[in-house]
Ligand binder design. Structure first.
Ligand code: HEC
Length: 288
């Protein structure tokens, strides 16, 4: 009750004058509260200030200044010259104007300008990534390049094989006989190229993690019977030099003759730095 009475007493004597800019005469004078209607269409575009001056019953005065900007005219956009920028020589400045009843903000929309630097950076990054991806996608790792899956021309892979092995075998033409006089020098490289090189590699180096190397392999350099049994019956699940191979070595008993098996084994045992005891077709026959 008391608050109300006091408020009423105050507003009874209070008065608000509304001034525009620095005009000496108020636009209007009200007893608060009041609704003031400001028509900006008759005002010039630009900075203005509304000043509210309130006087209460005992004569003390409160003042409130509200600066504002009127923009009834067309919006103007400028690209090529920024406020406060330093320029020299001749420059091109793009200017445009938009009527004030455009539905969108004319400052940002529809004003032409140069492509921003960050857009160029994004384009370069995306193009670079795409190039890198393409190279990675089509580049075959060296370790797989010699396998039938990745070789661009598997026929050439097999066809190329005798060239390298024969070159390597040539000096062994005389040495390429086992103690029992079995000549593996022709048949050995041939069988190897056809039946073994796809997995173990043209030079017996294998494929790291997928197929064991035969060069320097303990079985190839150890007692012959162990290798004969592996080639006849296949092999799987064995850990070789600390690596466990997921793939299996297929059996060749049904596919190759005694002579072919002896020849390929002897070829492996005398190639790529290997020095394993050699076998004869008779030994293979016994182990079958
Ligand atoms: C389909 C692929 C493939 C082909 C073809 C293949 N191998 Fe193998 N070979 C393997 C795999 C895989 C292993 C290892 C198996 C394991 O670790 O259990 C292996 C193991 C061997 C081993 C044993 C090595 C060791 O240290 O125990 C010898 C010897 C061998 N292969 C010789 C040959 C010969 C000779 C031929 C051709 C007549 C041949 N391989 C053809 C996949 C193949």
């Amino acid at each position: 009750m008391e608050t109300k009475a006091r408020g009423a007493a105050r507003s009874d004597g209070a008065e608000i004058c509304v001034f525009l800019d620095d005009q000496a005469e108020p636009l209007a004078t009200y007893r608060p509260p009041a609704l003031f209607h400001l028509d900006t269409t008759s005002m010039e575009d630009g900075e203005h200030v509304l000043i509210l001056r309130a006087t209460d019953a005992i004569g003390s005065v409160g003042i409130r200044r509200i600066p504002f900007t009127v923009a009834n005219g067309p919006g103007i956009t400028v690209t090529g010259l920024r406020a406060g920028s330093r320029v020299r020589g001749a420059i091109d400045i793009n200017i445009n104007a938009f009527s004030s009843d455009e539905p969108f903000d004319p400052v940002r929309a529809e004003s032409s300008g140069p492509i921003p630097v960050w857009t160029w950076v994004m384009i370069v990054l995306i193009a670079g990534w795409a190039a890198w991806y393409g190279i990675e996608y089509f580049a075959t790792p060296a370790a797989f390049a010699a396998t039938p899956t990745y070789a661009t021309n598997p026929a050439a892979l097999v066809g190329a094989e005798p060239v390298t092995t024969q070159a390597a075998a040539a000096p062994r033409a005389v040495a390429g006989k086992s103690a029992a006089g079995f000549d593996y020098s022709k048949l050995g490289p041939q069988v190897f190229a056809q039946d073994c090189a796809a997995c173990h590699g043209a030079s017996g180096a294998g494929v790291p993690g997928a197929f064991p190397a035969l060069a320097g392999d303990p079985v190839v350099n150890g007692p012959a019977d162990a290798q004969v049994r592996i080639v006849l019956g296949g092999l799987s699940g064995k850990t070789i030099s600390g690596v466990r191979y997921a793939g299996a070595m297929p059996p060749f008993a049904a596919r190759l003759s005694d002579a072919e098996i002896a020849a390929v084994i002897d070829h492996e045992r005398s190639s790529w730095g290997n020095h394993g005891p050699l076998v004869t077709p008779n030994q293979v026959k016994r182990d079958r």
